[in-house]
Design a protein around this ligand. Structure first.
Ligand SMILES: Cc1ncc(COP(=O)(O)O)c(C=O)c1O
Length: 405
């Protein structure tokens, strides 16, 4: 849905050069798609009409060419092209109904019956479930590996290994992986690498330039940015993009033009939002680290986080999602803490403008490694509120936790 095109239309159109913040503003806004409007409008439609039978017969689904609703409209192409342009080395981007759909389509585009997948043990729970239930049923074996394995991944690649899936930092426990080392080992053996890059986005970690073959985003999070849309994307190199596009069409995955439009709108401000998420999250993480009720803060920018040195080497910044461990206590104390918070909504997802909290139990999601901590874990999504207000709210929650302990 999003092949890179050299068809520049001048002002605000076609492939944009410039630095990432400039690409965020100008990417995908070709004049042929937006007319005289600043933003390409919402194009609704299932059927696109041909003028003649000859035209119909010679047409084929292709990025940027009207064919059928499944294969996109200018609203979709504008978003896909903007995402492609953010990843140096990318050939194109497919759009999916949500982040999980992007993960599953990307996996299905590189795996067949009889293959083995190497999967990080810190992966997002529903991705794990897809491997253990769905892929297994279709004859694909999944072997989980320690997210901190680094170059040691070479020793795990077997005859049947066709793909390595990475997520960095990992869900809930935030381990940072040695992505360049793992990608280099994979390339040496002709194995595909897929990264769930939702936490960093291409702004904080340009994945294809680091050697990743397919970079996946849950656009539901920072791209949309307002907790009002679900969407996924997968951006791939020239070798993998055609397989990804074919698989996405074969699975019949399409995205509402309204949702694509909302994500295009969100994308324009993603850079400024991410910087605010980062500064607030770091202020709060550092404050939490000093609290006597907190055993550890798992935020990649802080040394407590496993793989922190890799984050410092490879990433351009941190986003607003991190976890911390309470000093002892049980789930009932954690529930009291969480329910005492007034500014943090209790709900799944993250990346929107508002702060969220989730009590989570990573030990239930591990098979290759063990998760052990001094107390229960809490995940925070730091939104765009004033960080001092968020700190006051957390302080009140910790007092509540202590009273009940
Ligand atoms: C790391 C990560 N990847 C993928 C997803 C799935 O995205 P979506 O909710 O859009 O399906 C999530 C959702 O929370 C996530 O946290």
């Amino acid at each position: 849905m999003g092949r890179r095109s050299g068809d520049s239309q001048g002002d605000g159109g076609g492939v944009t050069g410039g630095r990432p913040d400039t690409k965020l503003v100008h990417g995908g806004r070709r004049k042929e798609w937006r007319g005289r409007l600043v933003n390409p409008p919402v194009h609704r439609g299932s059927t696109l009409l041909f003028d003649t039978v000859a035209e119909m017969r010679s047409a084929a689904p292709e990025f940027g060419k009207p064919y059928y609703g499944l294969h996109g409209s200018p609203t979709h192409w504008a978003l896909a092209e903007a995402l492609t342009e953010l990843e140096p080395g990318a050939a194109g981007t497919t759009l999916h109904p949500n982040g999980l759909a992007a993960v599953t389509a990307a996996l299905l585009s590189v795996l067949s019956a009889g293959d083995e997948l190497l999967m990080t043990d810190s992966v997002y729970g529903p991705t794990r479930r897809f491997c253990d239930a769905f892929l297994k049923r279709y004859g694909v074996a999944t072997r989980y590996y320690d997210p901190l394995v680094g170059a040691g991944i070479a020793g795990l690649i077997g005859e049947r290994t066709r793909a390595i899936f990475l997520e960095s930092p990992g869900s809930l426990t935030m381990e940072v992986q040695d992505l360049p080392a793992i990608c280099a080992a994979a390339k040496a053996r002709g194995v595909a690498t897929l990264l769930d890059n939702t936490w960093a986005t291409p702004l904080l970690f340009p994945a294809l330039a680091a050697g990743v073959d397919i970079s996946i985003l849950a656009g539901t999070k920072y791209v949309g940015g307002h907790a009002d849309v679900m969407l996924g994307s997968a951006t791939a190199s020239a070798e993998y993009y055609p397989k990804l596009e074919r698989t996405s069409w074969d699975l019949g995955q399409s995205v509402s033009p309204d949702d694509a439009w909302l994500c295009s709108r969100g994308l324009r401000t993603m850079g400024v939002r991410l910087r605010r998420h980062e500064s607030s999250a770091l202020a709060i993480a550092r404050w939490l680290k000093q609290q006597p009720q907190v055993a550890a803060v798992l935020q990649p920018a802080l040394p407590d986080c496993p793989g922190h040195a890799l984050w410092a080497r490879d990433f351009k910044g941190a986003s607003g999602l991190f976890s911390f461990v309470l000093k002892g206590g049980d789930d009932s104390g954690r529930v009291r803490f969480v329910e005492a918070l007034e500014l943090f909504g209790l709900g799944y997802s993250w990346g929107g403008y508002e702060s969220l909290v989730v009590p989570a139990d990573p030990e239930r999601l591990r098979t290759a490694t063990r998760w052990e901590a001094e107390g229960p874990l809490v995940r925070l999504q730091i939104g765009l509120e004033d960080p001092d207000d968020l700190i006051e709210d957390l302080a009140a929650g910790l007092r509540r936790w202590e009273e009940a302990a």
